[in-house]
Design a protein around this ligand. Structure first.
Ligand SMILES: Cc1cc2nc3c(=O)[nH]c(=O)nc-3n(C[C@H](O)[C@H](O)[C@H](O)COP(=O)(O)OP(=O)(O)OC[C@H]3O[C@@H](n4cnc5c(N)ncnc54)[C@H](O)[C@@H]3O)c2cc1C
Length: 446
């Protein structure tokens, strides 16, 4: 295989992983990253920010031999724990026994990927270099050193835009003919808060779980960290009542939390500081096409498909991009025309599907996980699926614990919803849900 000189804009999760896959194929890579080296600089004031890693992400890490090392710093979350206003708890397993999604530190994972990339000897990461523009015909990018203002003109055989939701590489593509692009801000934003460790570094609520405080139009969630703390995220409307706009002082926020999330507030001694210091961040969905240009430039990860975080799939989807690109490199060798063409053809419908699924899951998490009918439907689905695992894999499992393309999972989920609508209309379903009649009805509708 011919060794190519490759430029990657962005050393985030996807850009760093991509560089390792490219290095394994013998290419030489330079990554230009806007930030300073996060391994040497404290980012986010040292706050722990975590992500849920699931099967698609694990597979991509396995492909570069990093799975074992990341497992050591990952906390399994076997179930959702729902917190009602009165403090009572209910539970919903994520999958079959032993199946879990994993909480990992974003900064820790990024640092490991950067280390491994550099260890290949074929990847050079250059920090404090912001991409300003790209010549798409020449695969030449301009990077600026933020401190000195010095500009770097970098030409390569191939250029990847892994520079996130506000990608400058995509910005250059947006100026070309017949480039489709949409950017949609949802009405909710988020703010991070912390539940610190208890005495002896113990977790103060169930460690191996994802906690949700579903409250209809908004919710609070918490994921565990290795140091005994939880990173909590409040997903809340920008405007309306209640909203970030209406709750505009720390006193109001504390009062609101004491009424709506009292058990969580009781575990947040630093609530006031967190509320004041941590930003309100917007959530955006970005769709675009094509993802490649002139057989030389390609977008990957959030640069081509930024989604809302409610399925915990944004990074997993970006990592799956790397798995698919690797499979195509193996299949087509140096034929980058075919690799790029197949890559965008295969990934685009799946990125669109996970964008839709993620919005669906927001409604499920914030509203339905506190709804008895919904939990009852899930119970029937789980029962039927255990009896007929070859005929019914719940949607959550298809997305999280399988490698079924997202677009197929979405289509199957819609079909399952229609079937369950019929089942819920059956007389005496509340008492007879584990009956032969229900089983046969589902089988007949499949
Ligand atoms: C609140 C929240 C929670 C989330 N939770 C999950 C989760 O649980 N599970 C999950 O799978 N996903 C989750 N995600 C999504 C996940 O964070 C993203 O999908 C993932 O980070 C995308 O990786 P990326 O490398 O494509 O982009 P990014 O992580 O955004 O990395 C882009 C990199 O490019 C750099 N950069 C940007 N612009 C330039 C430029 N002009 N020049 C040079 N460098 C540049 C940035 O500094 C950054 O290092 C969550 C997202 C949010 C917002």
């Amino acid at each position: 295989m011919e060794s190519k000189q490759v430029t990657i804009s962005g050393a985030g999760l996807v850009g760093s992983l991509l560089s390792i896959y490219l290095a394994q194929k013998g290419h030489r890579i330079r990554i230009f990253e806007r930030r300073l080296d996060p391994r040497k600089t404290l980012i986010d004031g040292g706050r722990s920010i975590n992500l849920a890693l699931s099967d698609r992400g694990w597979k991509a890490l396995e492909g570069v031999g990093l799975e074992g090392e990341i497992r050591k710093m990952a906390i399994p979350m076997y179930r959702r724990v729902m917190h009602a206003v009165d403090g009572s708890l209910s539970f919903q397993p994520y999958g079959k026994e032993g199946q879990a999604i994993y909480s990992v530190s974003r900064a820790g994972l990024n640092a490991k990927l950067m280390d491994l990339a550099e260890k290949t000897g074929k990847v050079n990461i250059i920090f404090d270099q912001r991409c300003l523009d790209v010549d798409l015909h020449a695969a030449e990018a301009v990077f600026e050193n933020q401190s000195s203002g010095e500009r770097n003109y970098v030409k390569a055989d191939l250029l990847f835009g892994a520079d996130g939701a506000f990608s400058m590489v995509r910005g250059a593509m947006q100026k070309t003919d017949r480039f489709n692009y949409s950017q949609h801000y949802i009405e909710h934003a988020y703010k991070e808060l912390t539940i610190p460790p208890g005495e002896d570094g113990k977790h103060l609520i169930e460690k191996e779980a994802l906690h949700i405080w579903p409250r209809g139009n908004y919710m609070l969630i918490a994921l565990p960290n290795l140091d005994g703390s939880f990173t909590c995220t409040l997903f809340f409307p920008h405007e309306g009542k209640p909203s970030f706009e209406s709750i505009d002082t720390t006193e109001k926020a504390r009062d609101f939390f004491s009424k709506v999330f009292p058990d969580a507030l009781a575990l947040m001694p630093d609530f006031d500081v967190d509320w004041e210091q941590n930003p309100i961040s917007s959530l955006v969905i970005i769709r675009c096409f094509p993802w490649t240009s002139n057989n030389k430039v390609a977008l990957i990860g959030d640069a081509s498909h930024a989604i809302v975080p409610f399925y915990g799939q944004g990074m997993n989807c970006g990592f799956e991009d790397c798995t698919v690109l690797n499979q195509l490199m193996e299949k087509y060798g140096d034929d980058w025309y075919t690799i790029f063409g197949e890559f965008e053809k295969e990934r685009k419908p799946n990125a669109d599907a996970i964008a839709d699924l993620a919005m669906r899951n927001f409604i499920e998490m914030r509203d339905l996980t506190g709804d008895e009918d919904f939990l009852f439907r899930k119970k029937i689905e789980g029962w039927f699926s255990a009896k007929h695992p070859d005929k019914w894999l719940p949607l959550y499992s298809m997305v999280t614990f399988s490698h079924i393309p997202y677009s197929e999972a979405l289509a199957e989920g819609v079909r399952q919803d229609r079937i369950m609508d019929e089942i819920m209309k059956m007389p005496d379903i509340n008492t007879n849900w584990q009956s032969v009649a229900v089983e046969e009805k589902i089988l007949s509708l499949l």
